[in-house]
Design a protein around this ligand. Structure first.
Ligand SMILES: *Cc1c(COP(=O)(O)O)cnc(C)c1O
Length: 455
C-alpha cells in the first residue's frame, strides 16, 4: 500500500528563471500614482531618486516575464529555494474534513519569511547600480531582517527605522538585523523632521509603519548615494514574489492536484500575490475557476471595511498617492501582534482584482487567528507567524465548510513565515491576555474623511 504523499520538493534546476508580472494580464491598466502636491498623474521619473532604476522600470512594466538575474537565483538557492510544498494531513484529520490542505513553506529561510524573495532582488539591483547605502522601515521586523540579510550578501550599508512598539516588543528581531550588519533606530526617531514632528506631539509615540516610511524616505533624500527599498505593496515587489506561486504550480502538478481555493494573509499583499498571481493568470484568461481568498485582520480592515480610492502611502503625506483599498493613512492601527498586517492600504493590483470580483477577502480577530496557529502547531508541528495565522484560519474555515457540504475540495495556502520570534504573541494567547480590536464605524469614517478628494 502506498503512503499518502506529504511533500513536493523541487530540484535546484526547477527554480523559476523569470518573474511573472500580473500587469500583463490585468483586466485594465492600473490607475497611475498621483503627485502628492498637484494630485495629477505622475511620471515614474521622480521615483528614481528613491528606488533602483530596474525596480522603477518593473513598476510600470507590462511585460509578462522579467528574467531573474543569475546572481539573484544563486542567492535564492543558497537560502533554500525552491521551498517545499506540504500537505497538512494531520490538520485535515483533526478537522475531519474531506478537503485536502496544502501549504507553501515560505518560513524556512534564515530570515523566516517570504520577504527575502524581493529583498535579494532589490539589493542586487542597487549593488549593480552603485548604491552604497539603503534606508528602509520595518514594522514587525521581518522586512528589516530580510533586507539586512540581502544587503549583507551584496555589500550595502543599511539603516532601518523600526516602529517603536515592535522595537520594544521584539528585541530579538532588532538583534537579528544587527547581526546581519544593519543599523536600527526606533521610530519615530529624532533623526528626521518627520520623526521629530510626531515625537513633539507625543514623546512616547508607539510609531506606525506609515511614520517609519516617512522617516526612511526622508533619510534617503537627505543623504548622498542613499536609496530606499520597500518590502510590499509596490508592483515590482509583488512581481519578485511570483517565484512562490510558480514553484507551487509545479508542485501541485507533482501532487496531481489543482487548488480550488488559493488563500493567503494580506498586509500589503506581497506574499499572497506571490502565491496567487501565477494561478490568477489562468483565471484572468478564463482557464481556471479557482477561488481566491485574502485574509486580513479585523483591526485593520482595508479591503473588508475600507474604501477603494486614492491615498498616501505614508502617514507624513510625502509619498505619491496610489489607488487602493485603504482605512486612511491617518488611521491609528491598534497594537495587534500581526505587525506585518498593520499597513493602512493594500497593493493596487490586488485591490483592482478584489474590486472586480476576481478575489474576495475575509477578516479575523487576533484571538481566532492565534487559536488557528495553535491548532496548526499542534497538528503539523510548524509554529506560524501571527500574520500567517490569518491564512491558516481562513484555510481552516474553508476546510470546515467543505466538511459541512461534504465536498473534497483542494485548498492551498501560503505559510508566509514562522513565529519563533513572535512567541510573545503565543505567550499572550496562552495566558488569555489577547485583546480583539475592531474599529468603530465613526473612527473609520474619520480616517477616510481626512483623505484628499481626487477628481
Ligand atoms: C510582512 C509579512 C506579511 C505581510 O506582508 P505582505 O506584503 O502582505 O505579504 C505576512 N506574513 C509575514 C510572515 C510577513 O513577514
Amino acid at each position: 500500500m502506498s503512503r499518502t504523499q506529504l511533500k513536493a520538493v523541487l530540484s535546484e534546476d526547477k527554480l523559476p528563471e523569470n518573474y511573472y508580472n500580473i500587469q500583463h494580464d490585468l483586466p485594465e491598466p492600473l490607475p497611475p500614482p498621483l503627485d502628492p502636491g498637484t494630485l495629477k498623474p505622475m511620471a515614474p521619473e521622480p521615483l528614481l531618486r528613491l528606488f533602483a532604476k530596474e525596480c522603477v522600470m518593473q513598476e510600470v512594466s507590462t511585460e509578462e516575464y522579467i528574467p531573474i538575474p543569475e546572481e539573484v537565483r544563486e542567492a535564492y538557492l543558497r537560502l533554500g529555494r525552491p521551498t517545499p510544498l506540504q500537505r497538512a494531513t494531520r490538520l485535515e484529520a483533526r478537522l475531519g474534513t474531506p478537503a485536502k490542505i496544502f501549504y507553501k513553506r515560505e518560513d524556512l529561510n534564515p530570515a523566516g519569511s517570504h520577504k527575502p524573495n524581493t529583498a535579494i532582488a532589490q539589493a542586487y539591483y542597487h549593488r549593480k547600480e552603485g548604491t552604497e547605502r539603503l534606508a528602509t522601515e520595518t514594522g514587525a521586523g521581518q522586512w528589516g531582517t530580510a533586507l539586512a540579510l540581502a544587503t549583507a550578501f551584496f555589500d550595502i550599508d543599511l539603516t532601518v527605522y523600526m516602529t517603536r512598539s515592535s522595537y520594544n516588543q521584539k528585541p530579538y528581531r532588532r538583534t537579528l538585523m544587527e547581526v546581519y550588519g544593519a543599523e536600527v533606530y526606533s521610530s519615530p526617531s529624532p533623526r528626521t523632521n518627520a520623526g521629530r514632528k510626531f515625537l513633539e506631539k507625543d514623546p512616547d509615540h508607539p510609531g506606525s509603519l506609515g511614520i517609519a516610511i516617512s522617516e526612511a524616505v526622508e533619510d534617503c533624500v537627505t543623504h548622498d548615494n542613499t536609496k530606499y527599498a520597500l518590502g510590499s505593496v509596490l508592483n515590482h515587489v509583488l512581481t519578485h514574489q511570483s517565484v512562490i506561486g510558480q514553484e507551487a504550480k509545479l508542485q501541485m502538478e507533482e501532487f496531481d492536484a489543482e487548488p480550488d481555493y488559493i488563500v493567503g494573509c494580506i498586509g500589503g499583499g506581497s506574499n499572497y500575490a506571490g502565491l496567487a498571481y501565477p494561478f490568477m493568470r489562468d483565471k484572468l484568461r478564463g482557464k481556471s475557476e479557482a477561488e481566491f481568498v485574502a485574509s486580513e485582520p479585523r483591526a485593520v480592515p482595508s479591503t473588508t471595511r475600507g474604501s477603494y480610492r486614492y491615498d498616501f502611502a505614508d502617514a507624513g503625506e510625502t509619498t505619491p498617492l496610489i489607488k487602493m483599498h485603504t482605512v486612511g493613512h491617518s488611521y491609528q492601527c491598534p497594537p495587534i501582534h500581526a505587525g506585518g498586517l498593520r499597513y493602512h492600504g493594500k497593493a493596487p493590483s490586488m485591490c483592482m482584482l478584489i474590486d472586480k470580483g476576481f478575489m474576495r477577502s475575509v477578516a479575523y480577530s487576533q484571538n481566532e487567528v492565534m487559536d488557528a496557529g495553535l491548532l496548526f502547531a499542534q497538528t503539523e508541528g510548524v509554529v506560524p507567524a501571527p500574520e500567517s495565522n490569518h491564512a491558516v484560519k481562513a484555510a481552516i474555515d474553508i476546510a470546515l465548510e467543505c466538511k459541512r457540504k461534504n465536498q473534497p475540495k483542494t485548498i492551498l495556502f501560503n505559510l508566509s513565515g514562522h513565529g519563533l520570534l513572535d512567541l510573545k504573541a503565543y505567550e499572550d494567547k496562552l495566558a488569555d491576555r489577547l485583546v480583539d480590536y475592531e474599529p468603530a464605524a465613526a473612527d473609520l469614517d474619520r480616517a477616510l474623511q481626512a483623505l484628499p478628494v481626487v477628481g
